[in-house]
Design a protein around this ligand. Structure first.
Ligand SMILES: C[S@@+](CC[C@H](N)C(=O)[O-])C[C@H]1O[C@@H](n2cnc3c(N)ncnc32)[C@H](O)[C@@H]1O
Length: 428
């Protein structure tokens, strides 16, 4: 397929996503099944067009004067991929699978100046969240939105239980990996332009052998900040598929004990294979049965709450969720988070550390949750995050990461990572 056919396919997929309220991955898969002639390169390019359209939905719509799938996909081609209206019309005229030729109005979208457009059009954030984002980032909120609308890198965490960064870099040399800027065991592969494909690292021998995991650098940083030490008793209360559990086990050098729990059996299911592949020997999975954690009450050095959240920090990777989030869903997550903080506190011994993590950039799920918890639980105090950063990451904390409530907030703009929040509390 040439570019015109790919653009037509992206318009079709985006129409499917919007009219049937389908996740992008599902719509792309359905398109692939109905168009078996398309190769892997075509599918990757069509996926990139659709994801890029959703990442910059409001700015592209403002430039084109329309948020129709056709307008958004043409905007990606001209405003992100370097095509011009002339180059597109010439290519469309020569291709029977092309969309209709661009109108003069559509052509003007290529060079539309958004410098005086609304802050929402400039930031690519959903309008109803503007007050929250302004509270979180002050005058930088529009710049934060722009960075959140970019493509993410593919990040890996080297599993120190089995490999070294040098060994993994060698194994993946064909993908030109680079050391991550902050996470000591992080390796990164920056996203390419236009139709560049994401490296398929999970087919690499090193992955099969457990030398590395795919994990965003932000997730690696907060896992390191959790500060788990060799020999400690640690509960990963919301372990899910075990991304943080695996990182904690590596930090602990397989010594001590991690209890990995999640309330959802199906989310927990992949953890068994992952623990095995990673050579983790100090993790015990606690399935969500009644009383599953009763024996741990008051005993633990550290409880990690990687809380269920809106995922606003991962909007680069899942841009469709940016436009689906509702105030009701945010409120539901907030009440789950508040309950989990109270639950987590029960398992700590005096002097123990509660680690609160979200992949959200919204203050409602971050500083506000901690402030409400501290008000109701005066027996806890905030741990100095600059100090924790130095201990865990052996560098000084970059300026501007500490929030007004005493946590840290990572963002694509600040740390070139997904958005993450982390706050450490000591039970005094
Ligand atoms: C952000 S995800 C965890 C991701 C995981 N820690 C990782 O690093 O891969 C949040 C998890 O919290 C779980 N969860 C939600 N409510 C819970 C509860 N009340 N108790 C324990 N887990 C809960 C969800 O099932 C989900 O797997």
């Amino acid at each position: 397929m040439r570019l015109p056919g790919r653009l037509a396919a992206a318009i079709e997929v985006l129409t499917d996503v919007e009219t049937r309220h389908r996740p992008v991955s599902e719509a792309l898969k359905a398109w692939g099944i109905n168009n078996r002639f398309a190769g892997a390169g075509d599918r990757a390019a069509i996926g990139n067009l659709v994801y890029d359209a959703l990442r910059r939905r409001t700015s592209h719509a403002a430039a084109m004067g329309s948020d129709s799938p056709r307008a958004l996909v043409l905007a990606v081609a001209m405003r992100d991929w370097g095509e011009t209206s002339e180059s597109l019309n010439a290519a469309f005229a020569a291709d029977t699978h092309a969309p209709a030729a661009l109108s003069d109005d559509e052509a003007a979208g290529a060079t539309a100046d958004l410098s005086t457009a609304s802050p929402i059009a400039q930031s690519d954030f959903p309008e109803w969240l503007a007050p929250s984002l302004e509270r979180a980032f002050g005058a930088d909120w529009i710049a934060e939105g722009r960075a959140m609308a970019g493509r993410p890198s593919l990040d890996l965490r080297v599993n120190a239980l089995k490999a070294t960064p040098e060994k993994v870099m060698k194994s993946l040399a064909r993908f030109s990996p680079q050391p991550a800027a902050i996470a000591p065991f992080g390796i990164t592969m920056p996203s390419g332009p236009r139709d560049a494909r994401t490296p398929n690292v999970t087919t690499d021998e090193g992955y099969q052998k457990g030398w590395f995991e795919v994990q965003d650098q932000g997730s690696q940083i907060v896992a390191a900040l959790a500060g788990a030490r060799e020999g400690e008793q640690v509960l990963d209360l919301c372990a899910g598929a075990g991304g943080k559990t695996l990182a904690l086990a590596a930090t602990m050098g397989n010594k001590g004990q991690i209890f990995a729990h999640d309330s959802d059996r199906s989310r927990l299911a992949p953890i068994y294979d992952r623990l095995k592949r990673n050579g983790v020997r100090n993790a015990q999975v606690r399935s969500p049965n009644p009383g599953a954690l009763d024996d741990l009450v008051g005993k633990l050095d550290r409880v990690v709450v990687d809380a269920p959240c809106t995922g606003t920090g991962t909007w680069r990777r899942r841009p469709d969720t940016k436009w689906k989030l509702t105030p009701e869903l945010l409120a539901q997550r907030q009440s789950e988070q508040a309950a989990l903080l109270v639950e987590a506190a029960r398992y700590l011994k005096p002097g123990g550390t509660l680690v609160y993590i979200t992949c959200s950039i919204l203050p409602e799920e971050n500083d506000d949750q901690i402030a409400a918890f501290l008000k109701a639980n005066p027996g806890f105090e905030t741990i100095d995050m600059a100090k924790a950063w130095r201990q865990a990451l052996i560098t000084d904390i970059p300026p501007g990461l500490v929030t007004s409530g005493g946590g840290i907030c990572l963002t694509p703009r600040r740390t070139n990572t997904d958005g993450f929040y982390c706050h450490l509390l000591r039970k005094v």
